[in-house]
Design a binder for this molecule. Structure first.
Ligand code: AGP
Length: 592
C-alpha cells in the first residue's frame, strides 16, 4: 500500500509533493515524509498524517528534486524509524517504496555480513542499502538497479536519488503501480495519475521490471535486460481522476451521490442502439466456458456473489471465491473454466497472486476494474472498465454499484437479454428517490445506532448479499461490530446472540423470500431485538422503517445499497470519526 511521489525540474516541488501525498493518502496514512537535495540528501518525516507532515515542512526549501511517501505500515511499526524516505547506511542512496520485498531478510543478513547496519525494520531500507552496496562498486545507478531487481523478490514501486546527482531520479517497479507524468522542463512520478493531472496530461506507465532515469528534460526507460525501450505515452480523462470534492464534506458522500450518473455511464458504454457492446470474442469465450470462477476481496467479493447469481440465471454454473483463499487452494471446477476477477483498484495483491495461478494453469480470464492502466487491467486477458471515476473514500460505494451494474449487463449479454436495460433505468429512479427524500429518515436511524456495539443485518438471496456489503460498510467506518446473517441461518446459531435492544436491520425486497423474512423478524423481535425493516412498497407492512419504490428484486444491490451506504456514513459522522480514512485501512491493499 503506501503512496509515492517524485519530482525533478519543478520550480516548487514541495507543493507538488505535499498535495500529491494528500491525494494519495487513501493508500495509507500511518506516517509521511519527503526528501530533497540541498548540498546532499535532506529528509523530513514523521509519524502521522500528510497534514501533519505539511505542518513541519518549511516553506523555503530550494531544490528541484524531491520525493515523498505516505505509509501504510507492513514491515515494522508505524514509527519514525520505519517512516520513508529511507537513506542507506553510507548515506549515498535515498528512496521511497510501495510494496513488499518478500526475501528482504536474507538480503539483510547478506548486507549485515558486509558491514551494513539498519536503523529500522522495513524491507525498503534493505533495498536502499542493497542498491548502495552495488552503487559503490560500479558507480552506475542503472546497473545497480538492474542487479537489485535480479535479487529482490516481491512487489515494488521505488523512486529515489543518489547523493551525487541532483538532476535525476531513478525509478523501478514490479507489480506495484507507478505513473510518470511528462512535463515541460520537468518530470513527475506518482503511484497514480491523480497528483499529476494539474501539471500534465501525458503519462507513461512502466511495465513490470522496467526502470527509468528521469531528468528535467529527459526520461530514459530500460527493460529488465537493461535495453533502452520506448513505452507508450498515454493521456487520461482528467474528470475521471479528479480529486475535487466539489463542495461535499467527504469523498464518501460525494461518491454515493455519483451513483446515478455512473449507472447511466456504464449502461451507455456497454449498451447502445439496442445492442450490447462487449467484445464479441469475450462473450464467445464466456459462452463456451462451462464454469465461471469469480475471485475478489471485500466489497468486490460481495459484488461477485451477486454477479455469480446473475450468470447462473443465464444458465452458467459459477463459483465465487475470496481471492486470498483461492490463491492458496485454487480449485478449477468444470472442463473449461473462465475466471472473472473483480477489483476496484486493480492493484489488490491477493488478486495479483490469483492471476499468477490463472496464468500458470492457462485459464481464460477477465478483470472488471475501475482503474485503467492498473496491474490487473494490464495483465489480464480481457478487461472491462467500470468508468466510475476515481474512488477516494476507503469505503467503497459507487464502485460496488458499478460492479454489480456491469455484471448484470455482462450476464444478460450472454443471451442478448435487453430487459436488464429497463430494469436498470428503473433502479435509477429508486436511487434518485432515496437520495432526494430519504436522508433525514436514515439519519434518524443512524442517531439511534451510533452508540450500539453490535448490529445485525438480515436478508435472503440478493438481500443477503446486500446485507454482507451493508455490514462491511458499517464496521469499516463506524467501528461497530456488525454481522450479516442469511435469514434462514438465524436459527442455526446466531439467534443465540439476540438480546434485548440489539439492533437488527432487515432487508425485504424479494417476494419469493419475504414471507420467510417476516418469520425471522418475529423470531428476533420476540427475543427483544429492535428491528429496522427496509422494504419495497409491494412487500411493505405497517411499522416498516424505510419503504422504497418497487424494482426488479435481482437489482437490490444497485437500487438500495445507497441506503446502507448513507446509514454507515451517518453513523460514522455521528460518532465523529474519520469517514474517508478509517483506522487501520487503506484504499489499495497491495500487500497479501
Ligand atoms: C471496501 O469498502 C473495502 N475498503 C475493501 O473491502 C475493498 O473492497 C477490498 O480491499 C478490495 O479492493 P479492490 O476492489 O480494490 O480489489
Amino acid at each position: 500500500m503506501c503512496g509515492i511521489v517524485g519530482a525533478v525540474g519543478l520550480n516548487n516541488p514541495t507543493e507538488y509533493v505535499q498535495k500529491g501525498l494528500k491525494m494519495l493518502d487513501y493508500r495509507g496514512y500511518d506516517s509521511a515524509g519527503l526528501a530533497y537535495f540541498d548540498n546532499g540528501i535532506k529528509i523530513i518525516k514523521d509519524v502521522g498524517s500528510v497534514e501533519h507532515l505539511m505542518s513541519i515542512v518549511p516553506s523555503n526549501i530550494i531544490s528541484n528534486l524531491m520525493i515523498g511517501h505516505t505509509r501504510w505500515a507492513t514491515h515494522g511499526a508505524p514509527d519514525i524509524r520505519n517512516t520513508h524516505p529511507h537513506i542507506s547506511f553510507n548515506k549515498h542512496i535515498c528512496l521511497v517504496h510501495n510494496g513488499v520485498i518478500e526475501n528482504y531478510k536474507e538480503i539483510k543478513d547478506f548486507l549485515f555480513e558486509e558491514g551494513y547496519r539498519f536503523y529500522g525494520e522495513t524491507d525498503s531500507e534493505v533495498v536502499a542499502n542493497l542498491l548502495e552496496y552495488y552503487y559503490l562498486q560500479n558507480k552506475s545507478i542503472t546497473e545497480s538497479v538492474k542487479k537489485v531487481m535480479s535479487m529482490i523478490v516481491g512487489s515494488y514501486a521505488i523512486v529515489g536519488f543518489t547523493d551525487d546527482n541532483k538532476e535525476s531520479l531513478f525509478v523501478f517497479k514490479n507489480a506495484s503501480p507507478l505513473v510518470i507524468g511528462i512535463g515541460d522542463g520537468f518530470n513527475l512520478v506518482a503511484s497514480d495519475a491523480s497528483p499529476l493531472v494539474k501539471y500534465t496530461n501525458r503519462f507513461i506507465e512502466l511495465d513490470d521490471f522496467d526502470q527509468a532515469i528521469i531528468e528535467h528534460h529527459d526520461i530514459n526507460v530500460f527493460d529488465k535486460d537493461g535495453n533502452r525501450v520506448k513505452r507508450k505515452i498515454i493521456t487520461k480523462d482528467i474528470e475521471l481522476i479528479s480529486h475535487d470534492l466539489k463542495g461535499y464534506p467527504h469523498y464518501m458522500l460525494k461518491e454515493i451521490e455519483e451513483i446515478v450518473p455512473i449507472i447511466h455511464r456504464i449502461t451507455s458504454t456497454y449498451y447502445q442502439d439496442n445492442k450490447f457492446l462487449f467484445d464479441k470474442q469475450l462473450i464467445k469465450d464466456l459462452n463456451e466456458s462451462d464454469h465461471i470462477i469469480f475471485v475478489a476481496c471485500g466489497t468486490s467479493y460481495h459484488a461477485s456473489l451477486v454477479g455469480g447469481r446473475y450468470f447462473e440465471n443465464y444458465g452458467k454454473s459459477a463459483s465465487r471465491f475470496i481471492a486470498s483463499e483461492w490463491a492458496f487452494h485454487p480449485t478449477f471446477p468444470g472442463q473449461k473454466p473462465f475466471v472473472i476477477l473483480i477489483s476496484q483498484s486493480g492493484e489488490t495483491a491477493d488478486l495479483i497472486h490469483c492471476l499468477d495461478t490463472i496464468k500458470k494453469h492457462n485459464l481464460n480470464n477477465l478483470i472488471i476494474t475501475n482503474t485503467g492502466g492498473s496491474t490487473l487491467d494490464r495483465n489480464c486477458r480481457y478487461s472491462l472498465l467500470l468508468h466510475a471515476g476515481i474512488e477516494v473514500s476507503v469505503a467503497s460505494t459507487k464502485a460496488y454499484v458499478a460492479q454489480v451494474t456491469l455484471l448484470a449487463l455482462l450476464a444478460a449479454s450472454l443471451q442478448n437479454d435487453a430487459s436488464v436495460i429497463d430494469d436498470l433505468k428503473h433502479c435509477v429512479t429508486v436511487v434518485e428517490d432515496i437520495q432526494k427524500n430519504y436522508k433525514p429518515m436514515i439519519q434518524k436511524v443512524a442517531s439511534e445506532l451510533k452508540d450500539k456495539t453490535n448490529i445485525f443485518y438480515l436478508g435472503r438471496s440478493y438481500d443477503y448479499f446486500l446485507s454482507l456489503e451493508a455490514s462491511l460498510k458499517l464496521k469499516e467506518i463506524s467501528y461497530i461490530h456488525s454481522e450479516a446473517i442469511p435469514g434462514g441461518e438465524l436459527k442455526h446459531g446466531p439467534i443465540a446472540l439476540i438480546e434485548e435492544g440489539l439492533p437488527v436491520i432487515v432487508f425485504i425486497t424479494d417476494p419469493s423470500t419475504a414471507p420467510s423474512m417476516r418469520g425471522n423478524i418475529e423470531e428476533v423481535k420476540s427475543r427483544g431485538a429492535k428491528v429496522y425493516v427496509i422494504s419495497t412498497a409491494e412487500l411493505a407492512q405497517q411499522g416498516d422503517t424505510i419503504i422504497v419504490k418497487d424494482y426488479a428484486p435481482y437489482l437490490s444491490s444497485v437500487a438500495i445499497s445507497t441506503i446502507a451506504f448513507y446509514l454507515a456514513y451517518y453513523v460514522s459522522l455521528a460518532k465523529g470519526l474519520n469517514v474517508d480514512k478509517p483506522r487501520n485501512l487503506a484504499k489499495s491493499v497491495t500487500v497479501e
